[in-house]
Design a protein around this ligand. Structure first.
Ligand code: GLA
Length: 395
């Protein structure tokens, strides 16, 4: 059930054969999020962690101003000039989007060859796109000695997602990918960007992802709609209280007074966000105290909110969460990430993992006709160069 570690040798080999040069190698991980969903773009709190699945980039400089890209997963190549990057609705967007950001910030780079690979399942809600953006930006930062700080890279990678992929995402995915730390979650305040690492003391408990293997096409348009609905709620409150900047400044009373009379749907969306922020803060205390049972119960409540009030779940994810609710070895579960498909995240007693995976897989197939994939995740470090002793620049 636990896939083997990624082997970067074939990527390096592919690069050498293709470009006849010695690459530098980088990785940037995907992420999970324990609790705090759809709160980041509302200046709220999140609790993500980087995982042991990542995007990998092999890269070297060229002597001209061309960019040549190769994707091992898609078995495709693409070449263009630095000055001519544009969105193509393809995997290239996550690479070229960060090149575009560098240009927009007036940061000059030269041409480069890049080969991309990885072991994050695409469309599973594990932020493979953020991982690609962050790995490419980190690689360019090192290759051309740009001197960008980690937080600058996070913000530029997020902007690349907005402008090239067209998803108005929050900052969580890119932040978790860059700042991840093995065995720790990151409690992040998305307003101030202050963060603290929270040790994941979960004796005898595994974090297990169930990939529904569905990814509904409305995910990005509905995501942007949710963001607009929250902004609309804020705008209505702000009319009476100009100091209000985001849902972070809004109380339930304000919503009841200024939003509920206007639109019950928008009220419902905003109320979920307010409650999720409060829930996250108490959930972090649970985690710090080692009270995983209490944390798990909050995850179930988050799922209810995401499904019924924020309405970003889907039948398959609801089924997965509902099914494990009364399983004795499951302490908590919910859908994770943007929604409309992808994974549920489950806190499962270690001894019960194998039996649970077997049972849920069989029943999921019966209920939906779909194959379930399960991963027990390890929490890993954030973006980094992979340097093997003595071979930094050897071919
Ligand atoms: C996606 C976005 C994140 C965040 C989550 C929902 O993963 O990229 O910024 O909004 O959805 O919490």
């Amino acid at each position: 059930m636990i896939p083997g570690k990624y082997d970067a040798e074939p990527l390096k080999e592919n690069f050498r054969e293709r470009f006849h040069a010695a690459p530098m190698l980088f990785r940037s991980p995907g992420r999970i999020n324990i609790i705090g969903e759809h709160t980041d773009y509302n200046e709220g709190f999140v609790l993500p962690a980087a995982i042991d699945k990542a995007a990998y980039v092999a890269i070297s400089q060229r002597n001209d101003d061309n960019i040549t890209l190769a994707s091992l997963a898609f078995n495709e190549t693409y070449t263009c000039k630095i000055a001519e990057v544009r969105p193509l609705k393809s995997w290239t967007d996550y690479v070229l989007g960060v090149v575009d950001q560098l240009s927009k910030h007036g940061i000059a780079i030269g041409g480069f060859n890049l080969a991309l690979d990885g072991d994050i399942t695409i469309g599973a809600g594990l932020s493979s796109s953020a991982a690609v953006e962050c790995s490419v930006l980190y690689a360019l930062n090192e290759l051309f000695a740009l001197g960008l700080s980690k937080i600058q890279m996070v913000k530029m990678a997020q902007a690349a997602e907005h402008e090239f992929a067209g998803v108005k995402c929050g900052i969580m995915d890119q932040f978790a990918s860059v700042f991840g730390k093995a065995a720790h979650a990151i409690q992040l305040d998305c307003r101030s960007l202050e963060y603290q690492y929270v040790p994941l003391h979960m004796e005898g408990i595994k974090i297990v992802l169930f990939n529904s293997n569905v990814s509904h096409s409305l995910a990005s348009s509905e995501y942007n709609t949710r963001r607009q609905q929250c902004e609309q709620g804020v705008a209505w409150v702000k009319k009476y209280m100009p100091e209000v900047q985001s849902l972070r400044d809004v109380s339930l009373e304000m919503l009841q007074e200024h939003v509920l009379p206007k639109d019950t749907l928008i009220y419902k969306r905003c109320k979920y966000v307010l409650e999720e922020n409060l829930r996250l803060l108490t959930a972090c205390d649970d985690l710090k105290k080692g009270d995983i049972a209490a944390l798990g119960q909050k995850m179930f409540r988050t799922h209810e909110g995401l499904s019924k009030e924020y309405e970003v779940s889907c039948t398959e994810l609801d089924w997965l969460v509902q099914y494990v609710r009364n399983e004795k070895d499951v302490l908590g579960a919910r859908m994770m990430g943007g929604g409309f498909g992808g994974c549920s995240i489950n806190l499962v007693k270690e001894n019960g993992v194998d039996a649970l995976v077997e049972k849920v897989s069989a029943q999921y197939w019966k209920a939906t006709g779909l194959t379930l994939s399960a991963y027990a995740v390890q929490i890993a470090n954030g973006t980094e160069e992979i340097v093997q002793p003595g071979e930094k620049y050897a071919v």
